[in-house]
Ligand binder design. Structure first.
Ligand code: PMP
Length: 399
């Protein structure tokens, strides 16, 4: 998209082009986000919500404007549906511990899928163990999509929640979210979507997706670390008990009894991530200026090209569907993904190698790890060329 110059992180220390193919782990930051963060930490800095002085009132306006912008980005009904959390991981933990502990009981079932990130598995296991609920795992189709035929056939009225990745961080596969929502709601279950990999590359509208909970992380959408978003239907948030206690989340505190603030404040105990929220606002403005549909098409096109090029190499095994959202996993016969990653690094190509926090998916694929190339709005064909050159060099080294 010709925007590399907006990203100071995309050059090597000696001024060369850095072929950054690890955007699914974390995205590089545009100067607009760095500037917003720097201003918020510098000349604009003050706390929010409590100050009686003008700077604090201005900061509160900026912090709440970030919430409003996030609501708009998600097509939410109201900014009251936006809870700022530390990241997607905290968002899922919040839902599992607040909604989960209040609503799940012994004998209930939780439906996950084979491709979930550990952060959409472990919180549910922790809560299931406490209440005596059981976890079911939806299998994948041959090309790595969550198998919705299986899901529809196997959801029962015992299922209280279905929690699925909107886009897989390993395979790039895109969930048929509306169909999953319909299937979940047909048995009276809630649907949580892990939107970590969809928020940076897909147009989102909560009403259209028809989910009940949606989480994403700021750092994957070109914003800072330390901020994420939990969206939930207002009536669900209203009925949920607090996740953490402390300042800012209360209505009235006495030693005898404490009453709580309404959402979203009820779920934002302590001094919030003020500067991070303001920088997230800048990140959403920056990212959406290109049109989310265009971003999806751009990255989908790059994955197609990468698949085409890599499929010519006999020793390479590709995973995931033909059409995916900006993420491609592969293995190379006789070469551990970590060795490949190290050689590529010498060529200024950064990929991810490992289990990508998806050990159950690795077991299912029958590999200990994969190499993963993931694209962002700043990626282009030259990154694929560099990847190919590095792979060819690896082939020569390993004979
Ligand atoms: N879910 C998915 C699909 C992810 O890709 C990630 C990050 N790799 C997470 C959840 C967790 O996000 P975070 O570490 O930012 O909380």
């Amino acid at each position: 998209m010709g925007v590399r110059c907006d990203f100071p992180g995309l050059v090597t220390p000696d001024g060369k082009r850095w072929h950054y193919l690890d955007t699914a782990a974390t995205a590089q930051k545009p100067q607009a986000v760095i500037n917003a963060m720097s201003r918020a930490l510098g000349e604009d800095y003050a706390t929010v919500h409590r100050g009686v002085y003008a700077r604090s009132a201005d900061m509160t306006v900026a912090y709440e404007a970030a919430r409003k912008r996030t609501a708009e980005f998600l097509g939410a009904k109201s900014e009251n549906e936006i809870v700022f959390v530390r990241g997607a991981t905290e968002g899922i933990n919040l839902v599992a511990h607040s909604w989960g502990l209040a609503n799940l009981k012994a004998g209930d079932r939780i439906m996950l899928s084979q491709l979930e990130h550990h952060s959409n598995i472990v919180p549910w296991q922790m809560v299931a163990e406490r209440v005596g609920a059981e976890i079911d795992v939806c299998p994948l189709t041959e090309d790595g999509l969550i198998d919705l035929d299986w899901l529809e056939a196997n959801l029962t009225e015992q299922h209280a929640i279905v929690a699925l990745a909107h886009v897989s961080n390993v395979l790039g596969s895109v969930l048929g979210a509306k169909r999953a929502a319909k299937a979940a709601h047909a048995v009276g279950a809630k649907l949580l979507l892990d939107g970590c990999q969809s928020a940076p590359r897909m147009r989102l509208n909560m009403a259209e997706l028809d989910c009940d909970f949606f989480v994403f992380s700021g750092h994957k959408i070109y914003g800072p670390t330390g901020i994420g978003v939990l969206w939930a239907r207002e009536e669900l948030l209203d009925a949920m008990p607090p996740y953490q206690g402390g300042g800012s989340m209360i209505d009235k505190v006495t030693f005898e009894q404490t009453t709580y603030a309404p959402p979203p404040q009820r779920f934002e105990a302590g001094t919030p991530m003020i500067t991070e929220a303001i920088a997230l606002h800048a990140a959403i403005d920056y990212t959406t200026q290109f049109g989310m549909e265009s971003l999806y098409a751009h990255e989908n096109g790059l994955v197609r090209q990468a698949r085409e090029v890599l499929s010519q190499i006999n020793s390479i095994r590709l995973f995931g569907p033909e059409s995916s959202a900006g993420i491609l996993s592969f293995t190379m016969e006789g070469v551990h993904p970590h060795d490949l990653g190290t050689i590529l690094d010498e060529e200024n190509v950064a990929i991810r190698a490992g289990h990508h926090c998806c050990q159950p998916l690795m077991d299912y694929l029958g590999v200990p790890a994969t190499a993963r190339a993931s694209f962002g709005l700043y990626s282009d064909e030259s990154d694929i060329d560099a990847l190919l050159r590095g792979i060819e060099r690896t082939q020569r080294i390993f004979g």
